[in-house]
Structure formats: C-alpha cells, structure tokens
Design a protein around this ligand. Structure first.
Ligand SMILES: [Ca+2]
Ligand SMILES: [Ca+2]
Length: 586
C-alpha cells in the first residue's frame, strides 16, 4: 500500500532535493479574482498580422499578405466565444505586432501612428476586428513604438528640410558630431544625415548657437530615428496616439516597444531615471483614459532591470526574458535547478507585482527550433510555462511547434494552417505569399494536429482510460488544455500565489507549492526524459496530501475525470507535469 513517508523523511536528513522558501517577502497577496483586472487572468497570443492569415474575401483577399480581415476570419480558431466548446485554442487576449503604416515589413518603423497599414486594412476594419474579438471574449492590445519613428515619417522628413524651423528639428536629436561612439551592443547610433534631403549634409540645429548638425540619433538603425523625449511636443504626440487607440478605436492596452531607450543621458543610452519617470506618467495617462488598460513593456534586460520598471505606479508588467530562457533551458537540459533558482530570483525581484511568461518572441529563435523539435521537450516547455506564475504569452504557431531560426524574417513566416501545397492555407494556392512557407508545413500545421493523434509526444500515459474521440495527443491539444487551466480554473494560486516552504525527495524533479487567499497548488514536473519517482513529500499541515485533487496530468492525453489521490511513491513519466490543488475553506 502506498503511503507517505513523512516520518522517515523528517529523520533521514539526506534528501536528493530540498526546497524551502520562506514566504515573508511575499506578504502582500495578489488581489482576489473578483477585483483583479481582466489581464491578471488572461492568456495572450502574439500575432504578426502579415503572416497570420490572408483574407479569403473582400478587397484585401488573396494578395499573399496577411491582414485584419484574414485575422477576423480566423478568430474562432483563437476563441469562438462559446465556453462549452473545446475545439478552439481558448486564448482571451491578442497582441498585434505593429499595425501602423510603415515601409519595413515588420512595422517597427512607423510613418503614421493614427492609421492602419494599407496592406492590413483601415481604421474601419480595425474597429470591426476589435468588435469581433470582444464579442468572443478576446481582448486586443497593440504594439506601440514610442522610442523611434521611421526615417520616412513626415515629422522626420520635415526636420531634414533646409528650411525646417527649430521647432521641427526639435522632434529628433541632431548633432555636429557623434556624441557617443557606439551603442549598447556596439552598433552605430549617430547616423550621417542623408545627403538626398540635404545636399550639403548639414542642418541648423534647434539651438542657433550650436554648430550645424551632421548626424542624427537612432539607437536601432539609420531607418529609425529616435524621438527627442526632452521635447514636450513628443510626449503630447504620444499621448494623443494613446488616446486615439484606447478611446476612439477601443483597444484594451499596449505592448510598449523598446522602452529602455526613451531618454539618453550622455553616454548612458538605456534605463535612465528619466525614461522610467516618463513611463510612469505615460502609464498613468493611459489608466486615466481607460482604468483597466493593460500596459506591458518590452524591457529586454535581466530580471532585476525588468522588474525595476514594474512598480506600483509603473508599467503593469514586463516580459520576463530571463525566466523564458530558464524555461527553455530546463526543458532542453532536463535540469530542474535552473528553473527553481530563476523562479526564486524572479519572485525576489517582483515581489507581489506580476510578470509575463513566454518561451520565445518574434525576435528570437522559435521555441521548437531551440528544442530541436523534440515532441517531449516541446510539451514540457509548454506545461512549465503554463504552470509558472505570471501572465502567459504564446507566439503564433508555437502551439503547433512551428520552427524558425534567424534571420528575423524566418522567425515570422506564414502560419501553417493545413498540409495543403503550396501555401498551407495561409493564402490562395495560386498566390505567391510575402514570405515562403517554412518547408515543414506538410507535417507541422493546425489541421494535422486537430484531426488526428499525429505528433503525439509518444510519452507514456499514467492511466489507460479511453480518450474522447474529439481529443488528440497533439501539442495543440495540450495547449488547449493548458490555456483552459489558466482561464477556466478558478485557481488564483496557479496564476500567481505566494510560495510556501515544503520539502520533497525525487531525483530530477522540479516542484513548486504556492497559495492564494482561496486555494493552493503543488506543481510537480519530471524535467528529465527518463521515468522518475517522487518518493517523499512533506507539506504544511494546512494542505494535507489526502485532501489534494489532481488538476492536470500533462502526460495523459485527456484530463482526469475522477479524483486521483496524491500518494507515494508517485511515478512521473519523462517530461510529465502534475498539478495538485487544494481549495481553502471559505
Ligand atoms: Ca491580404
Ligand atoms: Ca531614445
């Protein structure tokens, strides 16, 4: 008979793994679900509109370029709005990469902040998308590129004209000499003025006492001059932009691009105090316009730096790049300590404030490529992400294991909907898409993972119950279950929660115990490829093993329909994640 070896465990003194986290630093609990803003319980899906779906109908159809109409046509894939069905992914929010007019295919060089890229549609179509998304319970946030504009932006072109006024020049930063030799990653940041606009390649600077300018500042490249945030007119412009999208169009928030680089201070080009102050004021402005607007920043930095932007009056949250790295590494190398240590550090840095989890984004090698498309590792990475505290973001195609390595356009290839040649359902077969499909689309696509148990990880299952005919063992099916676990399960502890001290014994296992005001969960993961056993476990008295219920078993193809007791020794197949749950007495 299986039993807990708690008594022996206390005496043994030699444990393969010991976790003991004091909860004193986390005295402040996340607000209860009833008063929490919508985004605290949301699951986000990141979409590159150009690559998601070409419209089948209307004026934008069948030109090989994804657009807002195509996205509307595919919304039911993301969430059909019917809580009864489980055939949709079930996400409750989408983040659109920049949708403004832009000469670059990626959209981060904006020429008009108040318009929609003509390839994608127009303002009326954007309003329709927001309405159609909201009707299905999907919130919409858009990418806002505050740090820089396109070198083709009318304001920059005006500033380059020989007869530009000092006022016009002051929207950007000009200088007679490069004020810093290189940027944070060794790049050129002061660019010679384009001779096409200025035959003598000099300009009178905004200050008439200064020598003529020969250079302008752009931290990313010459095609994207940085706005001059010391000019209050720039702040006025950006606030008008926020007001337009939040109030006139009705989006639910912003993903703020490259927020580390707003203000420069001499040689210091990132994370200046003025940048953080400006962001606090901008976030307050957005919340004034729309109290539940969600403001998330791209602070591509270490945990401590990213967390410094997420304060009581700062950004709502930030992407946790270090935690993403640790999640991938843990799935890749099977070493649970990487994730355990990183999670502890993340909690220390953020305290009770939330962070956002992800595996990879549009600037990084796709998660599946980082994990060599190993099905067990893909499943483990997904389950680890969704059982971590934090707001989950999924990069489009990640849920089916789409692959992609640099250069950047290859990280952003068209969505693989079907195995059909030559365009995988992204656009009409008769059309040449804006970027070639990844050649792996015949095996990696939505249809294949929906219709059959293909791409099953092959991992062992803990039980032998028959599976419903509608379910499959695909990665996509696992994502559907994980997303519903986050959005449909009334577990605050799963989404946030403060860590509890406990101990366990089990080689190769990762474990996390945490509680909210209403519940507690125990996450158990076998990060190795071999079967492992949990041989001992000592829990706080308030959460006895006998009272736990199994919330998830990632190694089974379906959710358990009957209670599964938490009893030892507990076998975990390679890559399996189990979640046990306790309800607190109300
Ligand atoms: Ca199109
Ligand atoms: Ca800047």
């Amino acid at each position: 008979m299986r039993r807990f070896r708690c008594a022996r465990f206390r005496c043994a003194g030699l444990f393969a793994v010991i976790i003991g986290v004091t909860a004193t630093a986390f005295a402040q609990l996340a607000p209860p679900a009833t008063s929490a803003p919508w985004w605290r319980t949301a699951v986000f899906y990141q979409i590159f509109v150009r690559s998601f779906a070409d419209a089948r109908t209307g004026p934008l159809a069948n030109d090989g370029i994804g657009d807002l109409q195509g996205l509307i046509e595919r919304l039911d894939y993301l969430n059909d709005g019917d809580p009864v069905t489980t055939t949709d992914l079930g996400v409750t929010a989408i983040w659109l990469l920049p949708i403004n007019p832009s000469p670059g295919y990626h959209g981060y060089d904006v020429t008009d902040y108040f318009e929609v890229h003509p390839d994608y549609g127009d303002i009326a179509l954007m309003r329709r998308l927001v309405a159609e998304a909201h009707r299905r319970g999907i919130h919409v946030i858009i990418d806002l590129v505050l740090n820089h504009a396109s070198a083709q932006h009318p304001a920059f072109l005006a500033a380059l004209r020989p007869d530009a006024t000092a006022e016009q020049r002051d929207f950007f930063r000009f200088s007679a000499t490069p004020e810093t030799s290189a940027g944070p990653w060794g790049q050129r940041v002061w660019h010679p003025l384009p001779s096409a606009q200025t035959p003598d390649s000099t300009l009178q600077t905004p200050n008439p006492d200064e020598p003529p300018a020969r250079y302008y500042y752009g931290i990313f490249d010459a095609g994207m001059p940085d706005w001059n945030f010391r000019n209050s007119a720039v702040t006025d412009h950006h606030r008008r932009v926020a007001k337009f999208w939040l109030q006139d169009i009705g989006v639910d928030g912003f993903r703020l691009d490259a927020v580390r680089y707003l203000y420069e201070d001499g040689d210091i080009l990132q994370d200046t105090p003025e940048t953080k102050r400006w962001l606090r004021e901008f976030t307050a402005w957005c919340h004034q316009l729309k109290p539940d607007a969600f403001i998330i920043g791209e602070v591509w930095a270490d945990t401590a730096q990213a967390a410094s932007y997420v304060t009581e009056d700062g950004l709502d949250t930030a992407f946790e790049f270090d935690l993403a790295r640790a999640t991938i590494d843990t799935a890749s190398f099977g070493t649970p300590g990487i994730l355990r240590d990183r999670l502890a550090r993340t909690r220390d840095a953020y305290g009770s404030r939330p962070w956002a989890t992800f595996l990879a984004n549009h600037d990084q090698e796709r998660a599946a490529s980082q994990l060599s498309s190993d099905p067990a590792k893909l499943r483990l990475a997904a389950a680890l992400q969704f059982t971590l505290p934090g707001i989950p973001f999924i990069y489009y195609g990640e849920e089916i294991g789409m692959t992609g390595r640099k250069p950047d356009p290859d990280l952003r290839t068209p969505m693989q909907w079907t195995p059909d040649a030559p365009n995988a359902g992204f656009t009409s077969p008769a059309v040449k898409p804006w970027h070639a499909l990844n050649p792996d689309y015949p095996t990696i696509n939505v249809a294949s993972q929906t219709a059959s148990p293909a791409n099953n990880s092959g991992s062992q299952t803990l039980n032998t119950r028959p599976e419903p005919a509608s379910d499959t063992g695909s990665l996509l099916a696992l994502y559907r279950r994980l997303i519903r676990l986050r959005t449909g399960t009334d577990s605050d502890a799963l989404r946030a929660g403060r860590p509890l001290a406990f101990t366990f014994e089990g080689r190769g296992l990762y474990a996390d115990l945490r509680e909210s005001e209403t519940d507690a969960i125990l996450v158990l993961a076998n990060t190795s490829t071999a079967p492992r056993e949990l041989t001992a476990l000592e829990l706080p008295d308030s959460f006895p093993a006998a009272a736990a219920t199994l919330l998830l078993d990632s190694s089974a193809s379906v959710d358990h329909s009957a209670p599964e007791p938490l009893s030892l020794p507990l076998a975990l197949p390679g890559g399996a994640i189990l979640i046990y749950h306790w309800e607190k007495d109300s």
